[in-house]
Design a protein around this ligand. Structure first.
Ligand SMILES: C[S@@+](CC[C@H](N)C(=O)[O-])C[C@H]1O[C@@H](n2cnc3c(N)ncnc32)[C@H](O)[C@@H]1O
Length: 264
């Protein structure tokens, strides 16, 4: 191995989960403790990073909707440059790096530069945020599949038709702004206007809130509630199990009764 390669650092790409620090994995916590530099995103847990990564320089590369604090190429360039100087760079991302998180691009940037890179999976908001509101994405007799889709840009008509035809639960990330076109498209392609929809905002964070409606009414409900990002939208019968903090036995039984499920 050449001296140049030996002096190189490495990158650990961490999925930080939906925002609650105690949803970080043990492997993530260990990597943070050994970091020289941490580049962290807005939705990654970062309130106590100075304790989790006491020896590290902390750099907020958080992207805000409509205002990209750091363009993606700059994040990659910074990550690679620091590793080339010999640092252990932790790239802390929200959720899981490989679920609508551009983790693949960052790994490729490391490969291109010859920097060793490890990926630590995280708890994706696509599954965890619905669960924070009591919504299982699958439920025996109700839904045996789920599809996760990005609502960052409007969905084309073909995608909407396929989604409507799948029959399971639909989970939309980054879908607050595109909710009108997505819901109208799904109804146009045959889903019932009274199919339940939940918008779960700020999952596992202060101010977590769930707005329940249906495909026909959710745009009005979202407007009335001033629903905002970050939010996960769940479309499907499983939404009938949602709670907003009511975890009493009676509440659970009432919600189960809304589902015509064998054994419920
Ligand atoms: C760029 S995507 C990244 C997804 C991430 N890689 C993951 O696996 O969760 C960001 C979107 O994830 C969702 N999201 C992430 N954390 C969330 C949270 N705590 N509450 C609600 N939605 C969240 C929102 O839809 C947000 O707009």
């Amino acid at each position: 191995m050449s001296a140049r390669v030996e002096s190189r650092g490495r990158v650990t790409l961490i999925g930080g989960g939906p925002g609650a620090e105690d949803l970080l994995t043990l492997r993530a916590v260990r990597a943070l403790a050994a970091a020289d530099v941490v580049l962290y995103d807005r939705l990654a847990p970062h309130a106590t990073l100075h304790e989790l990564a006491p020896g590290a320089e902390l750099i907020d590369v958080g992207k805000r909707p409509g205002h990209h604090a750091f363009p993606q190429e700059e994040i990659e360039a910074l990550m690679v440059a620091r590793a080339e100087l010999g640092a252990h760079v932790v790239r802390l991302k929200g959720g899981d790096p490989y679920v609508l998180g551009r983790g693949g691009e960052e790994v490729l940037a490391c490969h291109r530069a010859g920097i060793p890179v490890e990926v630590v999976p995280g708890v994706t908001s696509a599954i965890a945020v619905p669960s924070a509101a009591g919504i299982p994405l699958t439920h025996r007799g109700v839904s045996h599949l789920f599809t996760v889709v990005s609502g960052h840009a409007p969905l084309d008509d073909d995608t909407l038709r396929h989604l409507a035809g799948l029959g399971g639960t639909i989970v939309v990330l980054m879908g607050v702004n595109t909710l009108p076109s997505i819901t109208a498209g799904l109804v146009r392609h045959g889903l019932a206007a009274d199919l339940p929809v939940a918008i779960v905002e700020r999952g596992f964070q202060p101010g977590q809130r769930t707005t329940i409606s249906d495909l026909g009414g959710v745009v009005v409900a979202a407007g009335r509630a001033r629903a905002a990002s970050p939010a996960v939208v769940v479309i499907g019968e499983v939404v009938r199990l949602a709670h907003d903090g009511d975890l009493t036995a009676q509440g659970l039984m009432d919600r189960a009764a809304r589902l015509a499920v064998p054994g419920s």
